[in-house]
Ligand binder design. Sequence first.
Ligand SMILES: Nc1nc2c(ncn2[C@@H]2O[C@H](COP(=O)(O)OP(=O)(O)OP(=O)(O)O)[C@@H](O)[C@H]2O)c(=O)[nH]1
Ligand SMILES: [Mg+2]
Ligand SMILES: [Zn+2]
Length: 345
Amino acid sequence: MTELTNQILAGLGWSAHFARQLEADETRLTPARLSAVHRDRLESLGPSGPLSLIPAEPAGHYAVGDWVLCDGPRALRRLAPYTQLTRRAAGTRAETQRIAANVDTVGIVTSCNADFNVARLERYLAMVTASGALPLVILTKADLAIDPRDDLMAAQRLSPLVTALALNATDPDEVARLHPWCRDGQTLALVGSSGVGKTTLRNALTAAPEGATQAIREDDARGRHTTTARELVPTGAGGWLIDTPGMRELQLADAAEGIGAVFEDIAALARDCRFRDCAHEAEPGCAVAAALADGRLDPARLERWRKLQREDAHNNATLAEARARDKAFGKMVRGVMAAKSKQRR
Ligand SMILES: Nc1nc2c(ncn2[C@@H]2O[C@H](COP(=O)(O)OP(=O)(O)OP(=O)(O)O)[C@@H](O)[C@H]2O)c(=O)[nH]1
Ligand SMILES: [Mg+2]
Ligand SMILES: [Zn+2]
């Protein structure tokens, strides 16, 4: 690759993590980063600009931010991401959904006052921590709050992993405080409920405001504009931003490590319980119960931890079951096909 190509790729977020994955016969292929994923088409950014790609796998295999190796307009192989945001797909489907890939920082956007909810924040934090990306809590609508400091403190107290800031998303000077997380090829993704201000932040941070690049704008009955697709766009600061549609429900999957990190205070107590498999119900020598008794641990926080753990365990079991079913079905189909081809011979 030429020096210029390398520079462009680095600006797009390419790094040694991806270069290492190239097989000897793949060096002739062109890397490209996915900026949008459609059912039968991928939009990408590569060394020679934007390019529409033909996917090799079903759309669910790809996420915005992924790196793929291309042969002309054909996406041949997706490279292993260094971070990826996943959740259990909404609805009843037993599937893990990839939301975004190769994100350095995830901005968990919530507005002060009305939308602020500790249980939801912990849930998002667990998802982000499990993804490998850095969590950043962004409290919007600070201009409408009587005192945003209460919410800011509450967010900061959740975990030592959290950096939180409060701002008015409609004021570009205040939004500029987010530049350190989206410059020099760094990628910032924004997640959170609908209406909290993700697109307002995006419009202040990027040269390509939503609506400018899209043919169709979706306005709901009240004339509100709600985001319907994920998209990777360049920021004015020289990095990348991924705006996402508001999530109505966030179901965790494969987030055990993330939950452990967000609730490290409880995990640390549990390590001091007399029994390794202590359920912290009424066992003798339970350090969690002791912390509850002398007020070091908030019973509500313990309850939220239990709830997330149960949910993650349940979702993992359902997903594992679905995978086993798919595998058994595949085996059965291959068996039938093999028997048929034998008959024909
Ligand atoms: N006063 C004030 N209004 C804000 C702020 N942030 C967002 N808004 C307003 O809130 C409304 C919703 O903002 P959006 O940016 O569209 O919300 P979103 O998170 O992208 O919503 P979805 O796309 O549905 O997920 C808009 O009318 C914004 O102008 C803020 O910090 N202060
Ligand atoms: Mg939006
Ligand atoms: Zn215990």
